[in-house]
Design a protein around this ligand. Structure first.
Ligand SMILES: Cc1ncc(COP(=O)(O)O)c(C=O)c1O
Length: 493
């Protein structure tokens, strides 16, 4: 990253020096200062071209530049104000100067206006090699060496015996429920604060979801509320067939409590680790805490196959059955024989190739997302209107999305719109399932009688751009824009 000093030349330098500086720093300009370090001129490569057309030579001194006060701004200057100045003066670079006219920062239109997305695919060097191999060997179907290897490699990474590569995380949850025998009229417990894909498969099976509130310490299913929900079900003589847990935004749920509670009631756990590949609790990988774990490789996830998912389990029979069900449940016969309903849920060998290349980079991706989280936290340390999604002791989130909470007085929708005006994509925290029209009939078990933690996290939460291919400059841009947006809300004035 070029520092301001690297962009500065004095009058003693030549036009050729300015050209070389622009080439070297890739910051579009050379800043020319006088003996007091005050900015006197700004040269772009376009300016240099025009001077050369006016018979300047590259050896000519910058002292000969015509007098022209550059457009500058002073601190504080929000991104919106900076873009306004750039537009008004039809320029693309804006030096920020102190009271003495010395340059302290340089804002470039390309940095201020390039769209920053929430989480985009981050390709490495190896994916194409596996995809090319699939093409070269004509393994294009939803089976083949990449599928087999991806299953083994991912299961090994997670510390689980077996994996079945599928077309999506949703398909994996659906098959998990089928494998556990969930059918019409059965109950399935699920945390309320999650993406709808955690709960939709319960409806696919004609079963009844019971939504349980989350806790503030992890934003995941509250063990106390879970225990209460299970006790109520037991009293009613209708225990759920499964408990779906979710590791929200890459943070493990409190399995130290959840696993023994579910074991005491004899109810199996399906761990929806769609967002949590690479995350851990007490050194154990997310996705490995339940009888069945599931992952998503959707385009916005920490690693992607463009679309895909995986079901993992230690039990070889469960995973073998998942593979069978995912390929139309074909029986072992010399013709097409089917004795149960099946699905077309298998992952293609081409996409599994992408997954293998991505998996090799997973640790790096986790480190980068954690670095992004730390950078936001540090940059916004003085912003008392914000708090951050917790990471409880012994857990290691993959920080899939950096997520913060705004003070009660602030409106996350308005903040999100302010960020959108600066080409920054932010998202609200998932709207809880018990508040969704789709599930208005469903039972909800809150953490306690007086509070609804899921609703509060939804009302105040905001997810910030967190893609592992973001630059730290982009993170700083988002942080500055967020601080600015928060400070402009009426209650902060
Ligand atoms: C918590 C959660 N569960 C399930 C899914 C479903 O995964 P997929 O999009 O691969 O079907 C997602 C993501 O999309 C998710 O965030």
């Amino acid at each position: 990253m070029a520092k301001i000093d690297d962009l500065v030349l004095t009058g003693a330098a030549s036009l050729g020096d300015a050209l070389q500086l622009i080439e070297r720093t890739a910051k579009e300009v050379a800043l020319v200062v006088d003996d007091d370090a005050k900015l006197v001129a700004l040269l772009t490569d376009g300016d240099i071209r025009r001077l050369l057309l006016q018979d300047w030579t590259l050896g000519r001194s910058l002292r000969d530049l015509p007098e022209r006060s550059p457009i500058t701004a002073c601190m504080p200057c929000s991104d919106a104000e900076a873009v306004g100045l750039l537009d008004r003066h039809k320029i693309d670079q804006l030096p920020i100067v102190d009271d003495n006219g010395r340059v302290i920062d340089l804002l470039l239109r390309r940095d201020l206006t390039e769209k920053i997305w929430l989480s985009t695919p981050h390709m490495g060097e190896d994916e194409l090699q596996y995809v090319n191999q699939a093409f070269a060997t004509n393994w294009i179907a939803p089976l083949g060496p990449n599928v087999d290897a991806f299953e083994k490699e991912l299961a090994q990474f997670v510390g689980v015996q077996h994996g079945a590569a599928l077309s999506s995380g949703t398909a994996a949850i659906h098959l998990a429920l089928v494998l556990l025998g969930v059918g019409p009229g059965d109950r399935v417990i699920c945390p309320s604060l999650t993406f709808v894909a955690s709960a939709n498969p319960v409806l696919y099976q004609g079963a009844e979801p019971i939504f349980v509130d989350v806790e503030t310490g992890s934003w995941n299913i509250c063990p106390l509320a879970l225990e209460r929900a299970l006790a109520e079900c037991k009293r009613e003589g209708r225990l759920p067939k499964a408990v779906i847990t979710v590791d929200l935004y890459g943070q493990a749920a409190d399995y130290r409590s959840i696993v023994p509670i579910c074991a005491a009631y004899g109810v199996p756990i399906v761990e929806d680790a769609a967002e949590a590949l690479g995350a851990k609790l007490d050194g154990q990988a997310c996705g490995s805490f339940g009888k069945i774990g599931i992952f998503s490789f959707n385009g916005n996830k920490i690693i992607t196959t463009s679309g895909g998912g995986m079901l993992v389990a230690d039990d070889p029979d469960l995973v073998a059955r998942a593979r069978k069900l995912s390929t139309q449940a074909r029986d072992d016969a010399p013709w097409y024989e089917h004795s149960e309903v099946g699905y077309n849920y298998r992952m293609s060998n081409v996409l599994a190739g992408i997954g293998r290349g991505q998996l090799a980079k997973l640790e790096e991706r986790v480190d980068k997302r954690r670095e992004i989280f730390a950078r936001y936290e540090q940059a916004l340390a003085d912003c008392t209107a914000l708090t951050w999604m917790p990471e409880f002791d012994g857990s290691r989130s993959n920080r899939w999305l950096t997520t913060c909470l705004l003070n009660h007085s602030l409106d996350p929708q308005a903040v999100m719109q302010d960020l959108a005006r600066l080409n920054i994509e932010a998202r609200r925290v998932w709207k809880p399932m018990h508040l969704q029209p789709l599930f208005k009939q469903a039972r909800f078990v809150s953490s306690n009688e007086t509070s609804d933690v899921s609703a509060d996290l939804f009302a105040r939460g905001l997810c910030l751009p967190s893609g592992s291919n973001m630059t730290l400059d982009q993170v700083d841009r988002v942080a500055a824009a967020l601080a600015d947006a928060v400070s402009r809300q009426p209650s902060q004035a």
